[in-house]
Ligand binder design. Structure first.
Ligand SMILES: [Zn+2]
Length: 256
């Protein structure tokens, strides 16, 4: 399965990873896979013909402003359920920063488990991501998700400063602050490498130990919202990493 994720540059995200970070706390109902639309056909083929999943339905979706997710496929095999989300463009990680809260902003790739807001998440705490909420229906959906996680014992705040240890944090600088511009390669996330399958490939093993990703793409994002500092609209966009300099330029543009 990891190889299939690597081959199609897909990521597992959602509740299954929170369950993995907090063993025994709750049982996830299904697995969410995020796949770039450019490799979606390949992954669907692998899921059906290599792993024996049955494709139930595919629907085009258009969330308000959540333009990153284009289509959802529902796959089943016995009692196992997979939601396969096709993400616009070539970088599935972009979708993660539109989720309802930081607690679910984790991804598993072929390289390992990447926990974007590790300082909060590993303490069982989350920050509500309200910058992407545009209407009442969506606000209600997000609230139900937050309540589900509260029921599982996680704590949420709308303002980072409401957590005591962040009361005096530097807005725009602290990696957990929603106004800070972050990148997948900024070194502020928590990464648990999965390297067993890479033992024969020492070079890529070393290279990919830094982050969970493919070394070709990054994401520049800021959650935004009005809960901190002056506030601004949230954003997340993919950048191609031709070299290190490119990401630094993208970072500069993002912070303007
Ligand atoms: Zn702040």
């Amino acid at each position: 399965m990891l190889n299939a994720l690597g081959e199609t540059r897909s990521l597992i995200s959602g509740s299954v990873l929170v369950a993995a970070l907090f063993p025994g706390r709750f049982k996830p109902n299904d697995v969410d896979i995020y796949c770039p639309e450019t490799t979606g056909t390949r992954l669907l083929d692998i899921m059906q013909n290599r792993f024996g999943f049955h494709l139930n339905k595919g629907v085009d979706v258009q969330y308000p402003r959540h333009l990153a997710i284009r289509k959802i496929h529902w796959l089943t095999k016995g009692s196992a359920k997979i939601n396969l989300m096709l993400v616009e463009g070539d970088n599935a990680a972009v979708a993660v920063f539109q989720f309802h809260s930081t607690i679910v902003m984790n991804v598993l790739s072929v390289h390992g488990l990447y926990c974007t807001y590790g300082d909060l998440t590993l303490a069982g705490e989350g920050l509500v991501n309200n910058s992407q909420t545009v209407d009442e229906a969506q606000a209600q959906r997000n609230l139900r998700c937050i309540e589900k996680y509260e029921g599982r014992g996680f704590k949420f705040e709308r303002r980072l400063g409401n957590y005591k240890r962040y009361a005096d944090h530097e807005c725009g600088i602290n990696a957990s602050c929603p106004t800070t511009v972050r990148t997948l390669h900024d070194g502020h996330s928590t990464f648990f490498p999965l390297t067993a399958h890479l033992e024969t490939d020492k070079e890529s093993n070393t290279k990919n130990n830094r982050t969970a990703f493919d070394g070709k793409h990054s994401v520049v994002w800021s959650l935004g919202g009005d809960s901190c500092g002056w506030g601004h609209d949230g954003f997340a966009f993919s950048v191609e990493l031709h070299d290190k300099k490119e990401e630094e330029t993208a970072w500069d543009e993002g912070s303007r």
